[in-house]
Write a protein that binds this ligand. Structure first.
Ligand code: NAP
Length: 269
């Protein structure tokens, strides 16, 4: 089985990557291959896994990810830095086990271009206006829903619901659901302007289209990347046909991960 190691540049991560490198080189059944891997091991944090995802985005159908966290346990990272030996043993006994999660499909049409860009996000995409008020009309499944005014909007996946979405008041969604969530970022609500004011959760057969007011310069992001600050004609968001797969050698219950990350190891275990 071919393995790629994708590490961040921190000292702790580099040490883990070196140790992994040595163990994999010695293993009779594993081979290091950064170009055509079957498994990508991300070493760092959830942010590193996001970078690994975008690095291997063209090979999602062929690869499974494994995350080693060099800090606390993360949402995409099941292994800790001191478990490298155990992880390599699991890789040697791999029988193709995997779990997959939904991704966000982002289709952007620009005001100055006929070509529509298609981008995938693992956590979320945001559209924001850094200065002045962002103004946009919102359509759900082709029907006008509302006129939005405020700082911006965040559209997230279930696995991304614990990231930026949570900070802007979105719900945490168990990634077993195929859904996307739309969360407002500082909407204006007064006697003149009105938005729904609460997060919306859309099922797999619905999509949302955002049409910014002509002339606005909004910033579009996908995960850690700034995609564009070109004038946008419209953006459509829906659940992608593609998914991200993880090699699941162990199972951490989702809500235990949530409480461990945000509440801490309490008195209840
Ligand atoms: P970053 O520094 O790489 O990440 C910011 C924090 O978000 C880190 O603590 C990271 O965890 C955590 N994180 C990433 N994905 C997560 C997930 N699915 N669930 C829970 N926590 C998660 O920031 P960046 O490179 O600018 O952007 C990467 C991601 O960070 C974005 O996709 C966005 O969701 C998130 N972010 C959040 C805020 C906010 O909450 N206000 C602001 C900016 C970005 P690790 O320490 O394990 O890497």
């Amino acid at each position: 089985m071919r393995i790629a190691i994708f590490s961040n540049k921190g000292e702790a991560s580099r040490k883990v990557a070196d140790a992994l490198n040595k163990l994999i080189t010695k293993s009779p059944s594993l081979l290091l291959d950064g170009l055509n891997p079957d498994i990508v091991i991300s070493v760092g944090g959830d942010g590193t896994l996001l970078s690994a995802f975008h690095h291997y985005i063209d090979r999602l159908e062929d690869i499974r990810f494994v995350g080693i966290h060099t800090g606390h346990l993360g949402f995409y990272t099941d292994w800790r830095d001191y478990e490298v030996n155990e992880l390599v043993k699991s890789l040697e006994h791999d029988d193709g086990q995997s779990v997959s999660y939904p991704l966000l499909d982002v289709q952007v049409a620009y005001q100055d271009d006929e070509i529509t860009d298609t981008i995938l996000a693992l956590n979320e995409s945001t559209i924001k206006r850094p200065t002045n008020t962002m103004q946009a009309d919102i359509y759900i499944k082709g029907e006008f829903f509302e006129s939005f005014r405020g700082d911006g909007l965040c559209i997230s996946t279930p696995t991304g619901s614990t990231a930026y979405n949570k900070s802007v008041g979105g719900a945490i969604i168990n990634p077993q659901f195929d859904a996307i969530q739309v969360t407002e970022i500082a909407s204006i609500n007064n006697r003149v302007f009105r938005t729904i004011g609460s997060p919306l959760i859309l099922p797999a057969d619905e999509w949302i289209r955002i049409v910014p007011e002509a002339g606005d310069t909004d910033v579009l992001t996908c995960d850690q990347l700034t995609v564009s600050d070109r004038p946008i004609k419209s953006i459509s968001y829906r659940i992608s046909q593609q998914r991200i797969s993880f090699a699941q050698y162990r199972h951490t219950q989702f809500w235990k991960r949530v409480s461990g990350s945000f509440i801490g190891q309490g008195n209840h275990d």
